[in-house]
Design a protein around this ligand. Structure first.
Ligand SMILES: [Zn+2]
Length: 340
């Protein structure tokens, strides 16, 4: 079970005491203590509040209008601070990620658009597919890892995510915290690198960016200079330690995204803040290179992990990956599993 959040680590001093960012995720077995309060003081995040807040009936999702026809659905009350995006065209809309699955997301989406909705996931870690079962059709890339994850993730893996200390203001009403698991889902259509999703008046290019997971994708709206990065980049602690992560692939995928950066207006990441500077892609590429080459020294973390701080973001990886070990990706993975 990971012990730190995706909060910024610019001022990381000791594990479990992230001064400044004030973010420390309690372990699954921890009682609800004041630890949650520290990251909660940073939500709603000031960077998000710079955008127009959209009123919805949901008490769970914070909705922001990032660009015309682009809504961010932020789950700020749970430490992952997962962000799903609704991208609206003239004929249909795409929901890029479906969140944690703690609260139904479809009613919120239907308040924002009357158009038919397709779903695509930035990758199939648990915190991005939680509402997949609410939608038809779901688009997906064709990897054994994706197929394995379609069964949903069991409560045993997710218990820590719904522990009392994982929430700022308590678990959502009606959630069965003792039994929460993500539901199974099935893709209706396979997609691949280079495919275009035409929403009518808005074309989204699918860019496969394996690394964080084998099935990671970014979405490019070339006409508007927007790039949805999923978990391949966000301004916080980038989790790159689980067995399904591949650091070499991650570096190559960042190369692809860096090449796009000069034409981009903003990144729309999947955690914490709904906008990031495209110039950070270049910094992330340099960072992963320096981590992999051993040019920088990390700080030891629990579970054979190491964290490397780079200012606006950090990289959390693990010794087996740095040693070149490959996990069994056919087994799937929730994003929370650690090396044996
Ligand atoms: Zn994530």
């Amino acid at each position: 079970m990971p012990s730190i959040t995706r909060g910024c680590l610019a001022t990381l001093t000791t594990i479990g005491a992230l001064a400044g960012c004030g973010q420390s995720k309690p372990a699954a077995s921890s009682p609800a203590t004041g630890t949650a309060d520290r990251w909660c003081t940073h939500v709603p995040r000031a960077a998000n509040q710079a955008f127009e807040r959209v009123a919805v009936s949901s008490q769970w999702f914070e909705v922001y209008r990032v660009e015309p026809g682009v809504f961010a659905l932020v789950e700020a009350n749970q430490f992952q601070e997962a962000i799903s995006y609704l991208i609206v065209g003239s004929d249909r809309a795409l929901l890029f990620d479906t969140g944690l699955g703690l609260v139904p997301i479809r009613p919120v989406v239907e308040e924002l658009t009357p158009l038919p909705i397709q779903v695509l996931n930035s990758h199939t870690h648990y915190d991005h597919v939680g509402g997949n079962a609410e939608f038809e059709p779901v688009l997906a890339v064709d990897t054994p890892y994706t197929t394995a994850n379609q069964a949903g993730f069991p409560h045993a893996e997710l218990a820590g995510e719904v522990a009392a200390g994982s929430f700022c203001h308590g678990a959502p009403a009606g959630l069965d915290t003792a039994g929460f698991r993500t539901k199974a889902w099935r893709p209706a259509q396979l997609i691949a690198d280079g495919d275009i999703i035409d929403l009518g008046g808005r074309r989204l290019e699918v860019i496969q960016v394996p690394g964080h997971t084998p099935d990671a994708v970014a979405l490019l709206d070339r006409a508007n200079g927007l790039l949805w990065t999923g978990d391949s980049y966000y301004d916080a602690t980038i989790w790159l330690y689980v067995p399904e992560t591949d650091l070499e692939s991650y570096e190559l995928s960042l190369e692809k995204l860096v090449a796009l950066a000069p034409a981009l207006k903003r990144l729309l990441p999947a955690h914490n803040t709904i906008s990031a500077d495209p110039a950070h892609l270049q910094l992330a590429r340099e960072a992963i290179r320096s981590v992999r080459s051993g040019a920088v020294k990390g700080t030891e973390e629990s579970g054979n992990r190491l964290v490397f701080g780079f200012g606006d973001f950090s990289i959390l990886t693990s010794k087996p990956l740095l040693e070149g070990k490959k996990g069994d990706r056919t087994r799937g993975g929730s994003g929370l599993t650690t090396w044996p």
